[in-house]
Design a protein around this ligand. Structure first.
Ligand SMILES: [Zn+2]
Length: 316
């Protein structure tokens, strides 16, 4: 259980209920934890809950309850929920342990999401090379805003040069890598990744790095005026009738065009129909810009590179 409800009583006797994430809770001072321990409840069924701190041999801190109602989803979480929570815990541990993280765009999804081998997918390979020649920076102004397409991003993006020697220090250490699937599950489960200062590299040569909080952007916060690429994430609400656009649940005025990559994309994630996309988690590297009429924000997948998008389907 990653969340628990804590009932707090004020001096005036008023009760307020606060939802704690286990990552936040575990970081509080010991005396606060002990003060709140016995006020914890299951967020789904209201059963009394407990907190267990991380074990010395590496078991993560967790909430639990022996008082779940028999039909409580937290009592018998689905395999999908358990796996996503496990992913969130793994990424959280990387946040705690490492100074930096590398996104491995080539990492294959876990067994739970069986995905067809795509060695024949030459598109992804060539595009990957193209992407490596482009820089993404946080201080350059690109010509993308006027041309309106991510594909035209060229060499006018530069990595921020570190003001001090900390990049060398970081590089001297081994940088753990993580794939899009677990990063997405971690973000969906409300991890600290979205607000973390951790350095994240988006290429294996470690030329391009970002603070996690600047890189990961929920669809609801997409800003077409910042002219920078980001890892946009959230959930899919639905597609248009022709399955040419993905519409995020997080924001009504965003569309993600997939017309040019529809067939390989749907094949990659074994999606057969519109329903297969409804409620799915989505993360993609791309840029956000206005449509011509400035009525709708468009998020374009970077170079239409299929390695830079991940869809986490609902299992049912
Ligand atoms: Zn419960």
């Amino acid at each position: 259980m990653l969340d628990a409800i804590c009932e707090l009583t004020s001096e005036q006797g008023e009760t307020t209920r606060v939802t704690y994430q286990v990552f936040t809770f575990a970081r509080m001072p010991e005396e606060d934890i002990d003060r709140l321990r016995q006020r914890l409840f299951c967020p789904a069924c209201g059963g009394r809950a407990y907190f267990r701190k991380a074990s010395k041999d590496g078991k993560a801190a967790c909430f639990g309850s022996r008082y779940h109602r028999f039909d409580c989803i937290e009592f018998k979480p689905s395999a999908q929920k358990s796996r996503e929570e496990q992913d969130a815990i793994e990424v959280h541990q990387q946040l705690v342990d490492a100074d930096a993280l590398m996104i491995d765009f080539s990492l294959k999804p876990s067994k739970g999401h069986s995905i067809k081998a795509k060695s024949k997918d030459s598109v992804a390979h060539t595009q990957h090379k193209a992407v490596n020649t482009a820089d993404y920076s946080s201080n350059s102004v690109s010509h993308l805003a006027t041309s309106g397409g991510v594909q035209e991003a060229g060499a006018d993006y530069r990595t921020l040069q570190p003001a001090n020697g900390d990049i060398q220090k970081t590089q001297a250490k081994r940088v753990p890598s993580q794939g899009l699937e677990k990063l997405l599950h971690s973000l969906l489960r409300g991890s600290d990744l979205a607000s973390s200062d951790l350095w994240v590299y988006t290429d294996s040569e470690r030329k391009y790095r970002w603070r996690a909080k600047n890189l990961f952007v929920n669809f609801a916060d997409a800003d077409p005026s910042d002219h920078k690429p980001h890892m946009y994430w959230g959930t899919i609400s639905h597609t248009d009738p022709t399955m040419s656009w993905l519409n995020p649940a997080d924001s009504k005025d965003i569309g993600i065009p997939i017309d040019g990559i529809k067939q390989p994309l749907l094949a990659q994630f074994e999606i057969e129909d519109k329903r297969g996309l409804e409620g799915a988690g989505l993360i993609l590297f791309g840029k956000c810009f206005w449509n011509k009429e400035k009525t709708r924000k468009i998020i374009q997948l970077w170079n239409n590179d299929l390695q830079r998008i991940f869809i986490s389907k609902l299992e049912d």
